[in-house]
Design a protein around this ligand. Structure first.
Ligand SMILES: NC(=O)c1ccc[n+]([C@@H]2O[C@H](COP(=O)([O-])OP(=O)(O)OC[C@H]3O[C@@H](n4cnc5c(N)ncnc54)[C@H](O)[C@@H]3O)[C@@H](O)[C@H]2O)c1
Length: 251
């Protein structure tokens, strides 16, 4: 099954890392369906990419809602064909003391960051199984590799995503489907900029850069390039891996 010409779903693809991943996939000739909740931004970005000749469609979908996900995947199949690449990227961040995490906040973080990937994966899997080829890339977080104070709900959800990746890789390997995860560190995106502006980080970006071996913050393209690599035919022997793309900060 050639990588070019296949259909991918990128969740949270209207902004930040998901947008860069979408751009990188369409540049390789992949048809991309972008799932996002920001309808206006989604329209704007999809129109811009189409002007450049990309085959890309936007779908307003909350990935935590089973019925919306199932309906949207049905539409993608009709519009673009079977889905053989899935990038579970949509996510929300959470900051605050553990004692201040409400039931609602905990459920919301888990629903978007962990149930979302579960639902999207479950829904597209029949296409991958039928083709005996599939690529799933889960965007987790380097915070899950060592824990992070004041981010317990977020880190728990992203650690769960790493566990889902490893378990699914074992189950789906014999079917020609690889499952890997990229845990980004600090990549300059609207999410990071909002977090810094809101005073949620106790560390400055400058300090982070000074303790990062390659001496810069991450760029969305860094994550996008690694995602494309994991989706290529040539990566068929790489599965269940946590691929750090973090300037050497966490190994
Ligand atoms: N930027 C970083 O430094 C960093 C670090 C570690 C992990 N991550 C992870 O990378 C992923 C992308 O983050 P980003 O920095 O690009 O953030 P971002 O906020 O710029 O983009 C996230 C996108 O997800 C969408 N989204 C949110 N909830 C959704 C839902 N329920 N259904 C569908 N779409 C939804 C948002 O509308 C947005 O377009 C997230 O999962 C995040 O946790 C980012």
């Amino acid at each position: 099954m050639p990588f070019e010409g296949t259909t991918a779903i990128v969740t949270g693809g209207a902004s930040g890392l998901g947008l860069a991943i979408t751009e990188a996939l369409v540049a390789r000739g992949t048809k991309v369906a972008v799932f996002d909740v920001q309808a206006e931004l989604l329209d704007t970005e999809v129109a811009r990419l189409r002007e450049g000749g990309a085959t890309v469609n936007g779908y307003v979908v909350d990935v935590s809602d089973r019925f919306l996900v199932e309906a949207a995947v049905e539409r993608v199949r009709a519009d673009l064909g079977p889905v053989l690449i899935l990038v579970n990227n949509a996510g929300i961040v959470q900051f605050g003391k553990f004692s201040e995490i409400t039931d609602e906040l905990w459920e919301r973080v888990m629903a978007i960051n962990l149930r979302g990937p579960f639902l999207c994966t479950r829904t597209v899997l029949p296409d991958m199984k039928a083709a005996s080829w599939g690529r799933i890339v889960n965007i987790s977080s380097s915070s899950a590799q060592g824990g992070e104070a004041y981010m317990s709900a977020y880190v728990s959800s992203k650690t769960g995503l790493i566990g889902l990746t490893k378990s699914l890789a074992l189950e789906l390997g014999p079917k020609g489907i690889t499952v890997n995860t990229i845990p980004p560190s600090m990549v300059v995106t609207p999410m990071l900029e909002k977090s810094i502006a809101g005073g949620s980080f106790y560390d400055s970006l400058e300090h982070f850069v000074s303790i990062t071996p390659v001496r810069r913050a991450g760029r969305p393209e860094d994550i996008a390039n690694a995602t494309v690599f994991l989706c290529e035919d040539a990566s068929s022997y790489i599965t269940g891996q946590v691929l750090g793309v973090n300037g050497g900060r966490k190994t």
